[in-house]
Design a protein around this ligand. Structure first.
Ligand code: NAD
Ligand code: IPM
Ligand code: MN
Length: 362
């Protein structure tokens, strides 16, 4: 079978701590299923690199990374070292935009053995996907400062929605919803207050819906939608939103399933012209960095999404089962503190690796 070429970019903070377990789990599953995975490590896209070189990445970063099928990414950001907007626009946001990874796909699933902070929710109750627009919207570099330093100081930052950009993420979300048993799509906007871009998004949803008559569509303003995430998370199937709304919902959703420490994401360039990027949803967590207690499951699950994306479905299914089996045991000596355990990155990461190696294959 084909060799999957993977650029490993750990980044900053706990990204560096969880990455080794992600790679070990991928190596374990590759061994079990005879996959050919090739890893190459890069130390750029980190604040340490910035301090040495005055930039987050070398000038030829795009050439270097274009050779890979995928980027396996940890997290970036050390706000005490480098301002967050500098480190993120100099790395992750560049990857998303220049590699046209216009889909950010984030599962939201209550796993066995993980306690939801919401009363009465059991595994199976919460199981939906967030499809986040990933290259435009509120994350734009159009704007600026006027009358700086005066009383009239004014800052402007525009939201940009293009027809191509909105339609392609909606089409992806409709396709995903159509492929699922419930065939339900929820769109997040704020068309009462944000009176130009958000109604535009709604109108494109109505237009795209004509091509997917079997999909049931609902639309909510983002404010009440956050309330519904907490009060009836069981009602969602596929949720689609703009760059900022998708960002917010994809921390809230995983928090409703116990911890953001287990949540993965795929930054996908569907055409395959450029590498796609797989990373945990969480950031570099400077508050726990250096303690070795970060939950490695988000990183490992992101590796699982990567294998699934490239069609290694059997290996991906085994990897997901291994994660589920380990969490289901709810062994507090192994689980990390964000899930109420007394274990650490190593105990949980190695437990998943061991579980993968114990997979029965024929
Ligand atoms: P964060 O996700 O890093 O941390 C939020 C909270 O969740 C912290 O209390 C942290 O300890 C906890 N947490 C996160 N991941 C965890 C894990 N795996 N196990 C246990 N606990 C975990 O978000 P933040 O504090 O807003 O951001 C910190 C830095 O990370 C900033 O520089 C920010 O810009 C950056 N960031 C980067 C990414 C990314 O690279 N994709 C994502 C989010 C934030
Ligand atoms: C995420 C992160 C990033 C985002 C930040 C670090 C720029 O929060 O991947 O969810 O907002 O997209
Ligand atoms: Mn986020």
């Amino acid at each position: 079978s084909k060799t999957l070429k993977i650029a490993v970019v750990p980044g900053d903070g706990i990204g560096v701590e969880v990455m080794p377990y992600g790679v070990r789990c991928l190596q374990a599953v590759a061994q079990k299923f005879n996959l050919s995975l090739e890893f190459e490590h890069f130390n750029f896209a980190s604040c340490d690199y910035y301090e040495k070189h005055g930039d987050m990445m070398p000038a030829d970063w795009k050439e270097k990374l274009s050779k890979f099928d995928a980027i396996y990414f940890g997290a970036v950001g050390m706000p005490d070292q480098v301002p967050d907007n500098v480190s993120l626009w100099g790395s992750l946001l560049k990857f998303r935009r220049e590699f046209d990874q216009y889909i950010n796909l984030r599962p939201c699933r209550l796993m066995p053995g993980v306690k939801s902070p919401l009363a009465g929710r059991k595994p199976g109750d919460i199981d939906f996907w967030i499809v986040r627009e990933n290259t435009e919207g509120e994350y734009s570099s159009v704007g600026g400062t006027m009358f700086e330093g005066t009383e009239r100081e004014t800052v402007i930052q525009e939201t940009i929605m293009t027809r191509v950009g909105v339609d392609r993420v909606l089409r992806y979300a409709f396709d995903l919803a159509a492929s699922r048993p419930r065939k339900k799509l929820t769109s997040a906007t704020k068309s009462n207050g944000i009176s130009i871009t958000m109604p535009y998004w709604d109108s494109r949803v109505r237009e795209m819906h004509k091509q997917f008559p079997d999909v049931a569509v609902e639309q909510y303003h983002i404010d009440i939608l956050t309330a519904h995430f907490v009060q009836r998370p069981d009602s969602f199937d596929v949720v689609v939103g703009s760059n900022l709304f998708g960002d917010i919902l994809s921390d809230l959703g995983p928090a409703c399933t116990g911890t953001i420490g287990i949540a993965p994401s795929g930054n996908i360039n569907p055409s395959g012209e450029f590498p796609s990027l797989f990373e945990p949803v969480h950031g570099s967590a400077p508050d726990i960095f250096g303690k070795g207690i970060a939950n490695p499951v988000g990183m490992i699950w992101a590796g699982q999404m990567m294998l699934h994306h490239f069609g290694f479905t059997e290996a991906a299914a085994a990897m997901l089962s291994a994660i589920e089996n380990v969490l289901a045991r709810a062994d507090l000596e192994i689980m990390t503190a964000d899930m109420g355990g007394r274990g650490n990155t190593q105990s949980l990461g190695e437990a998943v690796e061991k579980e993968i190696l114990a997979t029965k294959t024929d």
